[in-house]
Design a protein. Structure first.
Length: 209
């Protein structure tokens, strides 16, 4: 209703001095639409997880497939992948793990130093599987560390006129991790200036048969 009313307004013979107010209103409407869309994404995810059925799957295959997709999507960025040689099984929803990795990688790319690589590593221990995404770039500020995975937390600078960044990416990561009984840790890297985010998942070691 707001959009159609605004479109009708633009068809009227408005005085020239009104153009700046029309432009501001249009920008505000676009920002509002973005906010609603992104908040709805998190709400849909929460509802979907309530009804999702867990399955046994090879997380190594999911991570490897995702990274191949990132190499196509981010053509100006190098991705270094490290995974075990053998399959690594966990219990959960493969699509959710892929979505979680999408958010982690997008976040790493946004803050990565130009020309640097994004490292994606999967490690398997006796009872735990660890997925780590690393970049080179700015360190985490002390003020943001404690609330990094909360909704509406963002550290991105925003220029006037840009779409609002709601900080929902890492919040979605936390939702998916909670669903999989996983732990998420974000910390500054040692030896290299940058950040790593680690997701620690329970490993399935029982015989599926």
């Amino acid at each position: 209703m707001v959009r159609s009313s605004f479109d009708n307004l633009k068809l009227q013979n408005l005085p020239a001095e009104a153009d700046i107010y029309v432009a501001r209103a249009e920008q505000g409407l676009a920002r509002l639409a973005t906010i609603i869309t992104r908040m709805t994404e998190a709400t849909r995810l929460e509802r979907m997880m309530r009804d999702a059925e867990r399955e046994r799957f090879d997380v190594r295959a999911v991570v490897s497939g995702c990274v191949e997709g990132y190499r196509i999507a981010y053509t100006n960025r190098r991705f270094d992948l490290s995974v075990p040689e053998a399959p690594v099984f966990v219990s959960g929803v493969p699509d959710l793990i892929a979505q979680m990795l999408d958010k982690l990688v997008a976040n790493a790319v946004d803050f990565a130093r130009e020309g640097s690589a994004i490292d994606v590593e999967l490690r398997a221990a006796a009872h735990e599987v660890t997925v780590t995404v690393r970049n080179e770039g700015p360190l985490l500020s002390p003020q943001i560390k404690q609330r990094l995975f909360r909704s509406m937390t963002s550290v991105r600078p925003q220029a006037p006129g840009e779409e609002p960044h709601l900080g929902l990416g890492l919040y979605i990561v936390q939702l998916i991790a909670d669903f999989h009984h996983a732990k998420v840790i974000a910390r500054d890297r040692t030896g290299v200036e940058g950040v790593e985010v680690q997701v620690q998942l329970p490993r399935l070691v029982s015989d599926p048969g």
